[in-house]
Design a protein around this ligand. Structure first.
Ligand code: 13P
Ligand code: SF4
Length: 351
């Protein structure tokens, strides 16, 4: 049945020819990833979406990635997400209402010279990117967060970073900002659960969001690996906790993880702290180079929402398209698209 689905996908792609391009994130399940024309981390996929001239972009990733593709592609191009339920639980941890409330509360406490740059991780809804566009802020991804923070501090005194506290903390720390100059903004509490003094002291206010997949990786997983394999190398995604990132040899985006292991010497052994589909794929790929790639957790840590884009949904979306019907179109409202594009283009011009 899987092979039958795979054949239907390839047949529909053939019928559509150059009209369609399939983009897939590195976390995408193997039975979908194999059909992709373009693959990448979220930054690379954003560039690719901005550059392709295909009429239809079928996005095998999560909702916010398809929104970015819609914002950066032209008005004549159409973006399709084969399953609308493919969201990102981290992105859902920040809403416009809550960010606007935080913004108002910060303005009440801070003096006019203590200005704040809003920075949103690309893992966020389009209206939050628009908020950043409107308020002199910017978007970042896991591969450029350091550079983006540097830019943000050139503009203003402080940063409000949402929704991933871990990426914000790790990137800020790498820039030399001490941990006691960062404060976690608990969006369910008035004033983020902070005192005016704590807010004034903080250089970075970190939204209390996280990735449910990356929070599963623990420092003890690294410790056990190092005890068993003293020559082993540890590489993690910056959505992991500060403790996991600190205990790793390398930290970076999904694209960085793949490139770093690809460039390593033959015979090396790696422990990888990121999503299971990616790790399983590269473990298989790098076997030929005699590299051993191990997953960090004893548990199954998968991006279950991205996995909703399965061969059945992809077949359905492509066959409809081949018959002239667009299903599951992602279309960011004009009111958000312009300002969100501004925040995204600020990012693209820096990275
Ligand atoms: P990358 O930018 O590294 O692709 O990460 C996106 C993501 O959602 C990781 O969980
Ligand atoms: Fe979102 Fe985490 Fe999935 Fe990345 S791995 S898309 S942050 S839920």
């Amino acid at each position: 049945q899987d092979e039958a689905c795979a054949q239907r996908i390839e047949t529909a792609k053939k019928t559509l020819g150059k009209q369609v391009v399939l983009l897939a994130h590195h976390y995408q399940r193997a039975d979908v990833y194999r059909h992709a024309d373009l693959t990448g981390d979220s930054l690379k996929l954003a560039y690719q979406a901005a550059q392709t001239d295909a009429d239809y972009l079928v996005f095998c990733g999560v909702h916010f990635m398809a929104e970015v593709a819609d914002i950066l592609s032209s008005d004549e191009q159409t973006v399709i997400l084969p399953d609308m339920a493919a969201g990102c639980s981290m992105a859902d941890m920040a809403s416009l209402t809550k960010v606007e409330r935080a913004w108002r509360e910060l303005a009440e406490v801070l003096s006019p010279d203590e200005t704040v740059t809003p920075v949103t991780y690309i893992n966020s809804a389009a209206d939050l990117k628009a908020f950043c566009g409107e308020h002199g802020g910017i978007v970042c991804t896991s591969s450029n967060a350091g550079k983006i923070l540097e830019w943000s501090f050139q503009q203003r005194e402080k940063v409000l970073f949402f929704p991933d506290q871990h990426l914000g903390r790790w990137s800020g720390y790498q820039l030399g900002i001490p941990l006691d100059e960062m404060a976690v903004w608990d969006f369910d509490e008035p004033m983020g659960g902070l005192t005016p003094e704590q807010i004034k002291r903080a250089k970075i206010l970190l939204w209390k969001g996280h990735c449910s997949v990356h929070q599963m990786f623990q420092p003890q997983h690294i410790l056990r690996f190092r005890n068993q394999h003293p020559d082993g190398i540890v590489i993690s995604h910056p959505e992991c906790s500060f403790e996991v990132c600190s205990a790793s040899d390398y930290v970076g985006s999904t694209e960085y993880i793949i490139k770093t292991i690809a460039a390593a010497e033959e015979g090396t052994r790696w422990l990888v702290g990121t999503e299971l589909n990616l790790v399983s794929r590269i473990a298989e790929e790098f076997k030929s180079q005699n590299k051993i790639v191990q997953f960090m957790s004893p548990l199954v840590c998968m991006c279950s929402t991205m996995a909703r884009i399965d061969p059945q949904h992809l077949t359905w979306a492509l066959e409809n398209l081949a018959n002239g019907t667009v299903v599951n179109r992602i279309q960011v409202p004009q009111t958000d698209a312009g300002l969100a594009k501004l925040a995204l283009e600020r990012m693209l011009s820096i990275s």
